[in-house]
Write a protein of this length. Sequence first.
Length: 605
Amino acid sequence: MSQLNQKPVHSNVNNNTHSTVNALITDNIDLWTSAIKKRNATGRGSNKKIELSGIKKLRELILELAVRGKLVPQDASDEPASELVAKLVEIKQKLIIDKIIKKTRKQPDISEEEKQHKLPFGWGWARLEDVYDVRDGTHDSPKPQLEGYPLVTSKNLSSGKLDLTDVKYISEKDHEKVIARSKVDMDDILFAMIGSIGNPVIVDIEPNFSIKNVGLFKYFDRENSSPSFLKYFLFHASIIMKFQSTGGVQPFVSLGKLRSFVIALPPLAEQHRIVAKVDELMILCDQLEQQTEESLSAHQTVVEVLLATLTDSDSAVPVKESFQTNWQRIADHFDVLFTTEASIEQLKQTILQLAVMGKLVPQNPNDEPASALLEKIAKEKAQLIAEKKIKKHPKVDPIGPVVSLPNSWVNIVVQDFADIKLGSTPSRTETEYWNGDIPWVSSGEVANKTILDTKEKITQEGYDNSSAPIIPARSLLMAIIGQGKTRGQTALLGIDACTNQNVAAFVFNQNYVVPEFVQLWAKSKYESHRGDGHGGAQPALNGKKVRSFRFGLPPLPEQHRIVAKVDELITLCEQLKARLIDAQTTQVHLADAVVENALSVQTND
């Protein structure tokens, strides 16, 4: 049952309130655009890795102020909401008598707890079903077919508009059955009731379709309704409904909840003024969003271009003047270049690339050259082959671009310095093979870390019944197959262990090769190594490909210097990132505080 409030509001207070609201929006533009955080899920905005949370908060604030009557001034000459509701109730009753709509269950009076704020002059409280014909689509699952009538579900509303590009079709018989209870007409509003609750859209295409698990808002009288005001109100209401929704993986809101939801109803003339103002401010939000995203994109492009000058500099001889010039250009603008998480991550990746190109630390002419180191490795490898401790592999064609390296380095392939061993998996049907003492590494555990323990262990019998070798500690592991980002990731072994068939182990003599340097190389080549996989749903690398990866080998002392320098610089990057996250968190909290304070002030007006 509706409850109306027509207590006057003095015009000077009203005007002051709206001046404050306008100032609140315009005076905090920098705050709205600088409050950014990582995106938990895809959503509005072109950059899916971040969320422009300040602008999102601004949109929510605009809607909140709109439904409280704080966005535009009231006009004493407007027909009050009480008369509007009286008209709609009368029309509703006639529609029930004429059996055009069904009579719904009587709702209780609106309680004081349901009234969220004070009402402006001329406004009134009502339940949505008092002023709109609220229905929902079918709860059944009509049999899909290749053609027929579209069946609209929540996913077809997720883009913010009615999108039928990915829709299932049902038969004419099923369609007639659905529209008997929920026929959609132009200007009706659809509302997702399950999953991503909300996303209200006004029907603006020929409504020759059915709906499933979708709320439907129709009008008792189109001339006494504003579809756009209802849409904006439902955007606001959906935020509340999401918190109040029931269900687990698929939260939902019931038809009863939609019908009983309380709306603060303005006079119809004011609804139109509110819509015009919200449209204007949402366009401003769109512009701010576009400008912010373009600015972030341009900033990232500048960072990438400048960092690329470092990796593109000639490194055939120790640190060229061009490299120093390019680095100085970056250093002079460091404080404005590395101000986003994306730019810091790009810096970290550039550090890795410079490290394995011989550009991160100066060469020492007193170091024994890598060519002499390679001779020692080749001699040891020949001895191990003769003793049948490792296999001899044929020569391979290198995979990866040829990179200009310092004169003291050598360009080789992985099999020139490491023995690549592949694991296997003992049968899981044999329970005595598992819960033993021998660490067993799966590809999911190879995640850019040092492995000190494993989730599973096999018994000696399990080991004897597999072809998996024991991999010595300080070897490098690489996942050669795996879901998500697993393939190509590496980990250092901190223990002796065996691996499953999805992991390749780099076994080498630490007197010649520093394990941490090899991992820096693998991290720097992660994306290209992933791209070298083959296959279908789960592209995989194999032993031959891993042995064929091109590798730049530095002198042994330089390997140690590179690892130390990278550790130092990555630590600085992490500190810079932590400070940035703290600053972004502060901006987000400030935006939240401005919104909360504004709403608190408006509530007390």
